[in-house]
Design a protein around this ligand. Structure first.
Ligand code: PLP
Length: 394
């Protein structure tokens, strides 16, 4: 049976070039980068070269790059640290209802500390309105966090406009760019952000490594204490192998971006059209235009997402319903609900995220397999039966 991995938004396999670079560190460069002897110095050198590569990939200065333990941690240092460090200036924060939990839960924690948070709504395609954002701004607004590209439905947010407004009003602006790095251009100067988070394992690098971009002169606070590493913002002995791995991954991702994103966009559209045309009562979640090149999210109405995923898995293709973090719970995705989907429609959603290994044959295979899966599950679905009889569905 064909094995098709279509969950690249959840994680990606480590590419060979990254593995080779990391293997070299594990085998040959095991010194502590803080040690000044002949074993420590090469580790320090590799780490600083990695910092330069990452900086170059997002148009930053190497001094503005902080290595963290994950994308989640980078989001937290920016948001929680940034809000706490600037508390004297004001108490109001702004984000959106469709953020990743790494961002949403950080704001929830800040609310418990007494901060006031405005959660911007989104339209039916998952996009915030710049006007809503401007109306939410207050004199005591100190920090804004709006994701670059959504991990569930692929919507790209208008962050350049948000960034420009924040810069003008001297409000800190953070963006979670975990899903966009290597897919669409990410330039910290064009975005006008003060903080930006990215992650290694979404770009064919290792898991457990992230980057916080922090604009020169901007203040935040560490969440851990214990050493001087990463300018005291992320103390703990540096994970040199992961840092080197991430730097190779981001360098290659950016170099290959134009060609690979164009290829993925064609496959993405073929998959969307194939599903919508072949299976009745399906809908696309997220926009047609302004969508991440690797993201497909559809609702196959009157089917349970969990059953759908299991059937896909039995046919050899791996997908996800909602996001990997939320499947496991029975609540429908907060992103789809915020876009105005009903419970039943949100429950029948399927995210298929494409990547380097995805071929046109894979896409044909999935389109061909999904129709009989949908037919079989609907034949067992009481809601489908109601729909067919024209009865009301709750
Ligand atoms: C995966 C992801 C994260 C979390 O990154 P980790 O490195 O897994 O902690 C944060 N935000 C978005 C949008 C993501 O897709």
């Amino acid at each position: 049976m064909r094995k098709v991995y279509l969950d690249h938004a959840a994680t990606t396999p480590v590419r060979q070039e990254v593995l080779d670079a990391m293997m070299h560190v594990f085998k040959e460069v095991y010194g502590n980068p803080s040690s000044i002897h002949q074993f420590g110095r090469p580790a320090r050198k590799l780490m600083e070269e990695a910092r330069e590569k990452v900086a170059k990939a997002i148009n930053a200065d190497p001094k503005e790059i902080v290595f963290t333990g994950s994308g989640t941690e980078a989001d937290n240092i920016a948001i929680v640290g940034g809000a706490r460090a600037n508390k004297k200036k004001g108490n109001h924060l702004i984000t959106t209802v469709v953020e990743h939990h790494a961002v949403l839960d950080a704001f929830k924690a800040l609310e418990k500390e007494g901060f006031e948070v405005t959660y911007l709504p989104v339209d039916a395609e998952g996009r915030i309105s710049v006007e809503d954002f401007k109306n939410a701004l207050r004199d005591d607004t100190v920090l804004v966090s709006i994701m670059h590209g959504n991990n569930e439905v692929g919507t790209i947010m208008p962050i350049e406009e948000i960034g420009a407004t924040c810069r003008e009003r001297k409000i800190l602006f953070h963006t979670d760019a975990v899903q966009t790095v290597g897919k669409i251009p990410v330039d910290v100067k064009a975005i006008n952000c003060d903080f930006l988070a990215l992650s290694g394992h979404k770009i064919y690098g290792p898991k457990g490594i992230g980057v916080l971009y922090m604009r020169r002169g901007v203040r935040t606070q560490p969440l851990y204490f214990g050493g001087g590493q990463e300018r005291k913002l992320r103390p703990g002995t540096e994970n040199v192998a992961n840092i080197v791995g991430l730097s190779v991954a981001i360098e290659l991702a950016v170099a290959e971006m134009a060609e690979e994103s164009a290829r993925l966009s064609v496959l993405r559209d073929k998959l969307i059209d194939g599903i919508l045309n072949n299976i009745e009562e399906t809908r696309l979640n997220g926009p047609r235009e302004g969508r991440l090149p690797h993201n497909v999210n559809v609702s196959i109405e009157y089917i349970e997402g969990e059953a759908l995923l299991l059937s896909c898995d039995m046919k050899g293709f791996a997908a996800s319903s909602g996001s990997a973090c939320t499947s496991g719970s029975l609540d429908p995705s907060h992103v789809l609900m915020a876009m105005g989907l009903t419970h039943t429609t949100a429950h029948g959603s399927l995210r298929l995220s494409l990547g380097k290994s995805t071929s046109e044959e894979d896409i044909d295979y999935v389109i061909e397999q999904l129709k009989p899966i949908a037919d079989r599950l609907r034949a067992m679905s009481p809601v489908w039966e109601k729909f067919q009889k024209g009865l009301p569905i709750t």
